[in-house]
Design a protein around this ligand. Structure first.
Ligand code: C6P
Length: 421
C-alpha cells in the first residue's frame, strides 16, 4: 500500500488532527467519512471561531456603534472579502451571503429570472443538474410561460454533449445554468467554454459551484460567468451559509428578492430605496456566526492551498478507481482513472443485485459513512443511468488511501452478505 502522506507539503495526518470528528468511532469502528459531497467535516479552527464569536463578541451587525458590534460587523464583512478573493470576484460587493447554493440559485431564478424571462423564452440547463439547479428553473418556466431545455449527455453518459449544447443555443436561451462538477458523476464541466458559447448567443450564465468551490481553484472572472453559487458547509464551513456571486452590473440592476431590514437605504410611508451591494440582497439579520465560521474555513483552505487539495483528491480518486475497477460485480459511473483532469473525487457505484441502501447499511456497520439514493438528481440517475438509486463515495482533503482500502473491504462484505457472485 502506498503511503498516506502523498506530498511533502501535504501532510494528511496533520490535517486530520484538526478535525475532531475524524478520531471518533461509528458503530464501534473508527469513523471513515466518505460523504463529503453531502457535507464536509469541520476543523477546530472553524468550530472555535464560531464559539469565540458567541463567547466574546456576539452582537448584531451594521447596527450598533459599540465595540463588539463593530468587531462582529468587521468579522462578517472580512469573511466576504476572503470569499471574494478565493473565487477572484472583483470585490465583496459581488458576494451575497445566502443560506446555501439552493437559495442562491433561487434568488437568481426569482430575481433575475422573474424580471427577464417572458412567455416563450427558453431557459437552458443540462441533464446532469442537481434538483437545486433544475426545479427553480422548472418553476420559473411554468410561472412565466417559458420553455425549459436540456443539454444532453453524450454516449459515455458521463459528459455533456457539446453538439447538443450548440443545438440548444440555437433557441437563443435567455439563461444557461450548468453545474461545474456533477455530484453523481464527478464530471468537471468546461464551464469556461460553455460560458463563452452561451455569451455568443446573448445568454446570461449561472454556474452551480456547490461541488467545485470546495475542491479546486475557482476564478469567476476567468470562467466569465454572470452568477456562481456555492455552499459553505461543503467547504469546511458551517451549515446555514452559502453565497451567490454575481457580476456587479447585473446585481446592481436586479431588484431584491427578500425585503425588510438592512437591505434598504431609506424608507418613507410611500417609497423605498435599496441599500448598496451586496447588502441589498441580505434582508434581516444574517447568519453572523455562519459568516464568521465560513471566513475561518476559507483561511483554512488557503492555508493548505486549493491546488494541493485538488492534487490530493486526484491521487486518492485514482487510487479508488483502480481499486474498485478490480472488484467483480461492481460498476462505477462517470469517467475513468485516465480522465482525472475532467473528474473530481465523487465516485458513484452499484453492486449487482444489491440495493444501494443495503450497501450503505453494511458500510455503516463497518464505520464507513457513504450516501445512497438518487442524490437529488433523480432525472440523471433514473432516466439517464437507468437506476433507481446508486451508492456514492466522495473524498476531501482529509481522506487517505487506507480509508479506500476499508471501503473496498466493505464492498467484499456486501458481496458476501448478499451472496453476490
Ligand atoms: N448536493 C449531495 O449529497 P445545498 O443543499 O443548497 O447546500 O446544495 C445543493 C446542491 C446544489 N448543486 C449541487 C451540484 C449539489 O451537489 C448540491 C448538494 C448534496 O450531493 C446534497 S443533495
Amino acid at each position: 500500500m502506498k503511503q498516506d502522506n502523498m506530498h511533502e507539503t501535504f501532510d494528511v495526518e496533520r490535517i486530520r488532527s484538526d478535525f475532531p470528528i475524524l478520531s471518533t468511532k461509528m458503530n464501534g469502528k473508527p469513523l471513515v467519512y466518505l460523504d463529503n459531497a453531502a457535507t464536509s467535516q469541520k476543523p477546530n479552527q472553524v468550530i472555535e471561531s464560531i464559539s469565540n464569536y458567541y463567547r466574546t463578541y456576539n452582537a448584531n451587525i451594521h447596527r450598533g456603534i459599540y465595540a463588539i458590534a463593530v468587531e462582529a460587523t468587521d468579522a462578517y464583512v472580512d469573511s466576504k472579502v476572503k470569499l471574494a478573493k478565493l473565487v477572484n470576484a472583483k470585490g465583496m460587493e459581488e458576494i451575497i451571503y445566502t443560506r446555501n447554493t439552493t437559495e442562491a440559485i433561487n434568488i437568481v431564478a426569482l430575481g433575475w429570472g422573474g424580471a427577464n424571462i417572458k412567455q416563450g423564452d427558453h431557459i437552458l440547463i443540462t441533464q446532469m443538474e442537481h434538483h437545486s439547479n433544475l426545479v427553480p428553473w422548472m418553476l420559473l418556466a411554468r410561472r412565466n410561460g417559458a420553455v425549459l431545455d436540456y443539454v444532453k449527455l453524450d454516449e459515455s453518459k458521463s459528459m455533456l454533449d457539446m453538439q447538443s449544447l450548440e443545438e440548444q443555443l440555437e433557441n437563443e436561451p435567455k439563461i444557461v445554468a450548468v453545474t461545474h462538477v456533477s455530484n453523481v458523476l464527478g464530471t468537471i464541466n468546461d464551464v469556461k467554454h460553455i460560458t463563452r458559447k452561451a455569451h455568443d448567443h446573448g445568454a446570461v450564465v449561472l454556474v452551480d459551484g456547490a461541488q467545485s468551490a470546495p475542491h479546486m481553484q475557482v476564478d469567476v472572472q476567468d470562467i466569465g460567468c454572470d452568477f456562481f453559487t456555492l455552499s459553505s458547509h461543503k467547504m469546511l464551513g458551517p451549515t446555514g451559509i452559502g453565497a451567490l456571486y454575481g457580476k456587479f452590473d447585473i446585481l446592481d440592476k436586479m431588484d431584491p428578492v427578500l425585503s425588510g431590514g438592512d437591505m434598504i437605504k431609506s424608507v418613507t410611508f410611500s417609497d423605498v430605496t435599496w441599500n448598496d451591494l451586496p447588502w441589498k440582497f441580505e434582508a434581516g439579520t444574517p447568519d453572523i456566526a455562519g459568516g464568521i465560521g465560513f471566513g475561518a474555513a476559507i483561511d483554512y483552505l488557503n492555508g493548505i492551498g486549493m491546488k494541493s487539495i485538488r492534487d490530493h483528491e486526484k491521487k486518492i480518486t485514482k487510487y479508488a478507481l483502480e481499486k474498485l475497477s478490480g472488484i467483480k460485480h461492481l460498476k462505477t459511473y462517470g469517467l475513468g482513472k485516465e480522465d482525472l483532469e475532467r473528474r473530481g473525487g465523487v465516485i458513484s457505484f452499484s453492486i449487482d443485485k444489491v440495493h444501494p441502501h443495503d450497501v450503505s447499511q453494511v458500510f455503516d456497520s463497518e464505520g464507513i459513512a457513504i450516501r445512497a439514493g438518487h442524490h437529488c438528481a433523480m432525472p440523471l440517475v433514473e432516466e439517464i443511468l437507468g437506476e433507481s438509486a446508486v451508492s456514492r463515495i466522495s473524498f476531501y482533503l482529509y481522506n487517505k488511501e487506507s480509508e479506500v482500502d476499508r471501503a473496498a473491504q466493505a464492498v467484499e462484505l456486501v458481496k458476501k452478505t448478499f451472496k453476490v457472485g
